[in-house]
Design a protein around this ligand. Structure first.
Ligand code: ACO
Ligand code: ZN
Length: 166
């Protein structure tokens, strides 16, 4: 596995471990309406630990990013069948935002996803989530599609993606 470890100020960005999952779930429940079963978190950690990262400070988990990998149609090449990484979820606790943790988590996940030789990485984001959309654009993602009524509450999503050239 590609080991990821970096720091910004006193925050550490590193691969998630099984013991971290309960605090990852706490961060998710406190930040996003899209929540998942414990089993789903365990599966993502087992299947793609390279791109399941946490941010911590003083041994407290304050953010995470988790991804999956799949084969499917390219978001860039017409009729191309490619290996795609998928950011399932990223979040940082409100009190810790705006300090570069989100940027560092995505940068780390990009590294982990590339270590698996994916051709692309994509994600869905609420059209109203301007902060997240801007952050993804800053890191090279582009809006490829709009998914109507994607969320349970009826909101639309942007499908955003980034292509890798090795
Ligand atoms: N607070 C924090 N940052 C702000 C604010 C604010 N009130 N307003 C604007 N920003 C900007 C910052 O200036 C920064 O831009 P910059 O890089 O140009 O300086 C950017 O937002 C935040 O960048 P980071 O500090 O790297 O990211 P942060 O640690 O704040 O995390 C995140 C960003 C994860 C999107 C966070 O806002 C969050 O957890 N939001 C709630 C959950 C969420 O929406 N997740 C994404 C859902 S889509 C998906 O999961 C695929
Ligand atoms: Zn998704």
């Amino acid at each position: 596995m590609q080991i990821i470890s970096s720091s910004i100020g006193n925050y550490i960005i590193r691969n998630c471990k099984n013991d971290d999952l309960s605090s990852v779930i706490d961060v998710n429940v406190n930040t996003l309406p899209e929540n998942y079963t414990n089993y789903f978190y365990e599966t993502l950690l087992t299947e793609l630990p390279e791109a399941f990262l946490v941010a911590e400070i003083s041994d407290k988990c304050v953010g995470y990013i988790m991804c999956t990998m799949e084969y499917g149609f390219s978001n860039f090449k017409k009729l191309g069948f490619v290996k795609k990484g998928h950011v399932v979820s990223i979040a940082v606790l409100e009190n810790h935002r705006g300090r570069g943790i989100g940027t560092a988590l995505i940068t780390g996940a990009l590294f982990g996803i590339k270590s698996k030789k994916c051709d692309e990485l994509y994600l869905e984001v609420r059209c109203s989530n301007e902060i997240a959309v801007k952050l993804y654009e800053k890191l090279g993602f582009v809006v490829k599609n709009m998914l109507k009524t994607y969320y349970k509450d009826g909101e639309d999503a942007y499908l955003m993606a980034i292509e890798f050239n090795y």
